[in-house]
Design a protein. Structure first.
Length: 186
């Protein structure tokens, strides 16, 4: 965690703690040039749409008692989509950060992703072994979905942080350019 913090001089001259940028310049180049960034950007909204549809079927079963088979199938499809995005995400992380999981920039997101995977996998196990059935199985699906929503939120916050990092870098570069031009006679 200490490696993520560095001290810098703020505009008012006080030392302040700042987090390490999400990407180094080299990582940003790798992120922007790899096909896997596109794949992740495509799969994430697809998985979210599958999640919304499946959530509808799960809740419909819980409220009406109808459509258990459809709800089960939708959770299986959602879980397969999750596995797909996790595998491609590991490849993306390897290309960008040099490791398949737990890169410092995405450490906690990856940790929480393991819980998401565990709950979705537990659902498949419980369904196929009939350890849980009906309402109990749907409650497990809802627990898996709740962790998915938290994890998706983590990644959305990271995307926002990356955008803010980039904007700050561009403002800094513009300020340096502006200072350089102020000394040039007109």
């Amino acid at each position: 965690m200490a490696e993520k913090l560095s001290t810098f001089q703020s505009e008012n001259g006080t030392g302040a703690k700042a987090r390490r940028p999400l990407y180094t310049p080299e990582e940003r180049i790798r992120r922007d040039s790899t096909y896997w960034t596109f794949v992740q950007g495509l799969l994430a909204p697809i998985q979210f749409l599958i999640f919304l549809g499946s959530l509808y079927f799960v809740l419909r079963y819980l409220f009406t008692g109808e459509g258990l088979e459809t709800a089960n199938q939708s959770v299986v499809v959602k879980t397969l989509a999750l596995y797909t995005i996790m595998v491609t995400g590991c490849i993306w992380e390897k290309v960008v950060f040099g490791r398949y999981l737990f890169a410092p920039s995405f450490y906690w997101e990856d940790v929480f992703s393991m819980l998401v995977l565990a709950l979705h996998t537990a659902y498949l196990y419980a369904m196929y072994t009939q350890t849980l059935q009906g309402v109990e199985l749907m409650y497990l699906a809802l627990a898996a979905y709740a962790t998915y929503v938290v994890n998706a939120g983590q990644f959305i916050l990271k995307l926002r942080a990356a955008r803010l990092d980039q904007e700050a870098k561009l403002r800094e570069q513009a300020a340096v350019k502006n200072q350089d031009y102020q000394g040039v006679p007109a």
